[in-house]
Every structure is written in C-alpha cells, then in structure tokens.
Design a protein around this ligand. Structure first.
Ligand code: GCB
Length: 595
C-alpha cells in the first residue's frame, strides 16, 4: 500500500479522499496561452513514451508524478507503477488501436518521457500538444503545471521557468471519460477515442514572442488587407506579404492592428493562390501561407469573391480503421482526392476541429470548409463551466485556423434542442465567433419541426447559414414531407443541407435490397438530390458521409460498431453506388453554376 509513503502523506486520507482530483483541475491551459507556430522550428516529442492505463486514478491518488527515477533494486517502497520504465506506446496514437484490451477503455492514462532540454537564460520554451482526448493534466519534474479540456484543439504550456539542469521528466495524465458537463457529453455517434493523437512539440523562442498573427482581406473590401498581431516584448514588427507589400506594424501594450492598402490576387476554388507571409519582431519570426478571399451572405445567397456559390460538399469524420483519429498526410491527400472525384468544392469537417494540416491542405486544393466544435446533441447548456469549455474550444479553433482562406464557416453546434438555455449558450458562441472573426459566416446544424414541417429554430436568427440535417428516406420515411418543408419554409438566409444520407453495408454480411443495402442508399441519394435541387434557398449540401466510421452506438447486424452511411467503406477505398450518383449530380451542378 503505497499510501504509506511520504509522498501520499496520510495513508487513510489518500485511500478515502474522493476529492483527490480537485487540485489538478485548474483548466488554465486555454486559447490565451497559444503562440503562433507557423514557420517555427518544432522539436518533436513524437515517438515512444512510457504509458499506463489507470482505471482507478491511482496515479493521482498516489501522486505518481512525484516519483523520482530509480532502478527497481534501489527502491525502498513497492510503488504501484513506475513512470520511468515499463510499457511504451507511440505518440501520436489512440490507445484503442494499440491493444485489444484497451479497446473500450475510458479513463485516465499516464504518458511519460524525458526531455532533452536545458535551462536557457536567453530564451523561452513552450510545449505544444496538438490534441489529447479529453482532459490533459501536465506535470514537469513532479510539478503540476495545469490542465486543458477539449479533445480536438491544440494547447500550450510555457516551460521556461520550470526546466532544470539535468534530466527533465514530462508526465501527462490524459483522461477520455465521457461526462455530462463535457463538450460533447456522454452520448455521441462517433467513437470515443482516447490518447495523445496529434503531434507533441517543443518550441524555443527568443524573449520576444509573436503570439498571434491574423492576416485577411478587410471585411467587404478587395483593396485593403487587415493585419492583427499580438507580441510580447516588442513595440513594432515588420510584415512582408511576398510580392505584394512590406510594412511596419506598430505594437502597443502587446497588440497591433493595421489596414494596408493592397490588392492581392484572390484565392478561389479554381485558383487557390497563396502568398508567403512573414512577420518579424525583434529576434522572433513566424511565417504562413495565406490566401485572400471574401465570403459573404446576401439574402439567401452565399457569395465567394462577390459571386454566388453553391456548396457541393461532403461531410467527413476524422476516423481511420487502423489509426483511429491519428491523421497522416497520405490519408488527407486521399480525402481531398475523393472530394475532387465527387466534384466537390466544399467539405464539412464534422463534428469537432480536425487536424490543422487538413485545413492547410484545403487551402492548397481550393476546397471550402465548414469547421465546427462538438456542441453536439444534449449539452449541459445551463452549466457555466461547460459554456467556458465550449467557448474555449471555439476560441482555440479560431485562433488556430483563422488564416485559412478555405475555412468559410464556423459552426457552433449540431442538432441541439431549442431550449432557452441552449439559445443563450449557442447565441453566445455565435457572438464570440463574430467578435473574434468578423470575416467568416456562422452556422449550426439546426433541426426542422417535424410536426409543423417547417424550418423552425430560434437560433437561426443568430446565424448566417442555417444548416439542416434531414434524413428523408432513412429516419423519416415520407419524401413528400421534405417537399412540404421546402414549401412551408421561407428562410431569409441561405440553407445548407448539412446532413442527409442512408446506411449501406457492403461487407459480406450486407443485404441485397432494402434498408442497409447499397441500392437503397443510392436511391435515397437520387431522391434527395432531385428534391433539394428544386429549393431555391438551399445553397449547398454536405451529405453524410464520405467514409464509414466507427461508433459504439451502432450495434445492429449490418452495423456491428460502424456507422455505414459512408459513400466509401471503412477501407477508404471501396466506393458504393451512391458515390457516383452524387458525383454526377455535382458535375451537372458545376456546369450549371458556370453558365
Ligand atoms: C446525425 C448526426 C450525425 C450522425 C448521423 C446519423 O444527425 O448529426 O452525427 O452520425 O445523424 O448517421 O444518424
């Protein structure tokens, strides 16, 4: 019983104290601690880490993070775990994909590794964790530095004043437990992967640190570029947009904001032109590749660079049969190749922020993106802590991706019941998004009223685009109702069908006809596209979904742990018949839109 040890202080208290976690629930690692990393040299911490799943939170109770490295023979106490040796796993990874016995594990786990760094009086040191699902507590050399909530956004910890000479040990407690106050809460239709599943890096900076750089066309303008910077330790900076302009940016109290007269070549889906942008402040420098475009709403139109655009989209999860949520360059490349084969100009990255490389690649390929946070189904809308968590996830997403021309929509939620608490929570998120980024459109996937057969949702007043998820032909049988909804509704802003679709199981267990068959799915796509094409205010769609994805929720004989609404099976290769139906519809649509 290690609770006898000095580290755990009082044996009985350590065993019986159920508030053991409260000291480690600071939630202090937020968007405010972010630094701009574009163009910075990362010291990668990817690779093997010591690892242990910890179902009972024994590590927090016994304070495993305070253990000093020692050989087993030199230890005087029978520790229940040794963070400095033992089983190792690769980072990034999802633990479910590593061992069968961890497949359904939901709880805390410990990741430990030595850092190859020494104190540096002239510079600063930041740790960046690309994503850890869901609660990540950071310990360095036994010291608790803080925690972060949210499974899909990056966070930073400044290590400068905590690094010592000699060995430095970093320990992360990563906890993917589903809880009612989280975002999302317990019930979702995707798999609850756990672990550190995006890259972990260290960044060295000089004393001066560029924390943020935001560059875009000024709102509604084609001849002015807005630049915002946040810099610690400098009163001015130099910004260069290669081939266009070099200007000085004055910085006062850490912030600078200028508007530059300049007429850049526009970024578009046909010609996704990107400029090399560099910002220098003192000894610090960052860079980015940035496209310039306008996205606006006029009545029920969506305008890209002043021209109406119809969003030929497809939704996609971040999920892989073998890797779970781990993203690779090749996987993303294939994703965009598939979108191109479908004749898409748009993708919905559901239901949470995807890897930042995905939106960079969208910038390069000229695909428009709907980005969203996991305010999904029921959320504890009345809980201020939940709201703070959701707001922070949104702010981290916006800070990470607001230089991406491809991202045209911030979506603040998906299919949430229209209660007063939800309206307050989500209109607040919409206001935060607008305040942080007035240049993009705000959306949410809303619900139709199935009794009145109308688009009816009080949140729509706070949005630029009304997303509608409808499953006529699947959850809702009668296609006439869809036509009726079309006739009954007269939205004053664009509607995008953010989801529609049907399952098709094309494994050897799948049926020949009827529900879950390939032919049935294709027929739904035929009917949906024919019906929706008649509705003038529908300005795009992102059917559900590009690939079959893993989900605990689906246990039917044709599902067996998978949502099979993919146009492509879980191997990300085998196309179903509906793929061609949609590709054909989009090809015709593209020709029509060019006329
Ligand atoms: C929805 C949800 C999505 C589900 C999908 C389905 O409305 O937004 O997350 O996966 O339906 O397949 O039922």
């Amino acid at each position: 019983m290690l609770e006898r040890s000095e580290l755990a202080e009082n044996a009985l208290a350590a065993l019986h104290d159920e508030a053991y976690g409260s000291a480690y629930d600071l939630r202090n690692l937020t968007h405010e601690g972010m630094i701009f990393t574009g163009g910075r040299k990362a010291l990668s911490l990817d690779g093997d880490w010591n690892f242990c799943v910890d179902l009972l939170d024994t590590g927090l109770r016994q304070k495993w993070f305070e253990m000093q490295p020692a050989l087993p023979a030199d230890r005087s106490e029978p520790w229940d775990y040794d963070p400095h040796m033992g089983e190792r796993v690769a980072v990034p990874s999802c633990w479910q994909m590593l061992r069968d016995r961890w497949y359904f594990f939901e709880g805390g786990s410990w990741y430990t590794r030595k850092l190859d760094v020494q104190p540096d009086a002239d510079g600063r040191l930041f740790l960046r964790i690309g994503a850890a699902s869901y609660d990540c507590k950071v310990f360095l050399n036994g010291e608790y530095l803080g925690s972060h909530l949210g499974a899909s956004t990056p966070f930073f910890v400044e290590l400068t004043d905590h690094i010592k000479s000699g060995d430095n040990w970093l320990m992360l407690f990563v906890d993917n437990r589903r809880q009612s106050d989280r975002v999302p809460m317990q019930n979702t239709d995707w798999f609850n992967y756990g672990g550190i599943y995006r890259e972990v890096s260290l960044y060295r900076t000089p004393k001066t640190v560029i924390r943020d750089l935001v560059v875009s066309l000024a709102k509604d303008s084609y001849d002015h570029i807005d630049v915002q910077v946040q810099i610690e330790g400098a009163t001015s900076a130099t910004l260069t947009i290669a081939g266009l302009v070099t200007v000085n940016v004055p910085v006062k109290d850490g912030f600078g904001h200028i508007s530059i007269p300049a007429k850049p070549q526009l970024w578009s889906t046909d010609d996704p032109h990107l400029y090399d942008v560099t910002l220098t402040a003192g000894d610090d420098q960052v860079s980015d590749r940035i496209g310039f475009r306008q996205i606006q709403r006029r009545g029920t139109e969506i305008l890209l660079n002043g021209e109406p655009v119809w969003l030929r989209g497809i939704a996609v999860h971040e999920d892989d049969e073998h890797l779970g949520k781990v993203t690779s360059e090749a996987d993303l490349r294939r994703r965009f190749d598939h979108a191109r084969d479908l004749n898409c100009n748009f993708m919905r990255f559901a239901h949470y922020p995807h890897h930042e490389r995905a939106v960079q690649m969208a910038d390069e390929c000229g695909i428009l993106i709907w980005a969203e946070i996991p305010v999904y189904w029921a959320i504890d809308f009345a809980n201020p802590a939940t709201r703070a968590d959701a707001t922070n996830q949104l702010a981290e997403l916006i800070r990470r991706d607001r230089n991406r021309a491809s991202v045209i929509i911030w979506s603040v939620g998906n299919e949430n019941a229209d209660t007063d608490a939800r309206l307050d929570f989500m209109s607040g998120l919409a206001a935060t998004a607008r305040q942080m980024d007035p240049t993009r459109l705000i959306a949410a996937a809303c619900l139709v009223n199935h009794h009145t057969l109308r688009i009816e949702d009080r949140l729509t007043r706070h949005l630029d685009i009304i997303g509608i998820n409808e499953y006529y032909g699947w959850y809702d049988e009668d296609f006439d109702d869809l036509e009726q909804i079309g006739r009954n509704s007269a939205p004053d802003r664009p509607v995008v069908i953010s989801e529609t679709g049907a399952d098709a199981d094309i494994t050897e267990h799948g049926p020949e006809s009827g529900l879950f068959s390939e032919s049935y799915q294709a027929e739904i796509y035929r009917k949906q596209t024919t019906t929706l094409a008649k509705l003038d205010y529908v300005k795009g769609m992102s059917p559900w979904i590009l690939y079959d994805f893993r989900t605990e929720r689906r246990q039917g004989i044709f599902q067996r742990g998978w949502n099979r609404k993919g146009l492509i099976a879980s191997d990300k290769t085998t196309r179903k018949a509906a793929f061609d139906v949609l590709a054909e519809f989009y090809a015709e649509r593209a020709v029509k839109d060019r006329e």
